[in-house]
Design a protein around this ligand. Structure first.
Ligand code: F3S
Length: 284
């Protein structure tokens, strides 16, 4: 049997735990709730929560007074939260405390007169929420998702404040901060990448170069899982990103002795366990 090295940080992060527990509670005690988009980027968990009547709002669906809406760990723009409350909707706020910290830092930077650069993915719900706080506090800023974009769009401002989407790559953050610092008179930086993300990325960097094959488990639409897979692939080309155990192919493991495994922040333990068991079976 191959030796399996499972990253200690693999599995639900603290923020996802809060959101999934809140969703379960809403299902069990309130008879259900709506979420604006999947509660986490993991199909299997979403299906389980649907069985408790916690489901995504459909396009164009109108909320009624007394309905319950759960705000996901990514958070929402403040305008959206107000709109829900004013409509008499019962709001459960499961925004991750690390995401709330980004909102606070953006407001602080605006108050202090900085132009804000958000290092993140344009359409990600977390970034949309952060932009909502920027707009509400009367600030100006841009979102950059790669170096090319940063170099092309960095405006000529004297004072720039930087924050990051919580699940960004540490390497990109460092590179972007370096470039902005070189080209701006005054820079204020808040590294708002959450601990769960940095610990996970560091662990993958340690494991990937020392194994024959690396398996990254998590939703195909999960940004943090995709970044783990990218980091791993750069260090070990035998990297496979899967959502669940039945995607594992025995031929990947031929002649492989050491198997590394990590998983995104929205991957539940039971899916990780199934993958571990399946790999044991394949490499028996
Ligand atoms: Fe929160 Fe970080 Fe998880 S921001 S939701 S602890 S990945």
């Amino acid at each position: 049997m191959a030796q399996i090295i499972l990253a200690e940080s693999a599995g639900f992060c603290f923020g996802v735990k809060i959101a999934v527990d809140a969703a379960k509670k809403a299902g069990e005690e309130l008879g259900g709730a709506y979420t604006d988009g999947p509660i986490i980027h993991n199909k299997q968990v979403v299906q389980f929560l649907e069985s408790l009547n916690v489901r995504e709002l459909e396009e164009g669906q109108q909320l009624k007074e007394g309905d319950t809406v759960l705000i996901r760990s990514h958070g929402v723009p403040p305008k959206e939260e107000r709109r829900l409350k004013e409509a008499g909707v019962n709001v459960i706020d499961a925004t991750c405390p690390f995401v709330k910290k980004v909102h606070e830092k953006v407001r602080q930077l605006v108050e202090e007169g900085y132009f804000v650069v958000i290092i993140g993915e344009h359409k990600h719900p977390e970034v949309i929420g952060i932009l909502g706080h920027l707009e509400e506090s009367g600030g100006k800023g841009i979102v950059v998702s790669n170096m090319e974009e940063l170099i092309k769009n960095l405006p000529n401002k004297k004072r720039i404040g930087i924050v990051s989407q919580t699940t960004q790559s540490e390497d990109f953050f460092r590179e972007a901060v370096g470039y902005i610092a070189e080209n701006t008179e005054e820079v204020k930086i808040f590294n708002t990448i959450c601990d769960a993300t940095s610990v996970r990325q560091e662990e993958v960097k340690k494991i990937a170069p020392n194994v024959d094959i690396m398996i990254i488990i998590g939703g195909k639409h999960s940004g943090n899982t995709n970044r783990l897979a990218q980091i791993s692939r750069a260090l070990n080309p035998n990297t496979y990103h899967i959502e669940k155990a039945d995607e594992l192919q025995p031929k990947w493991f031929e002649g492989k002795e050491r198997v590394g495994i990590s998983a995104g922040a929205s991957t539940p333990d039971w899916i990780i366990n199934e993958v571990v068991e399946r790999i044991k079976e394949i490499t028996k």
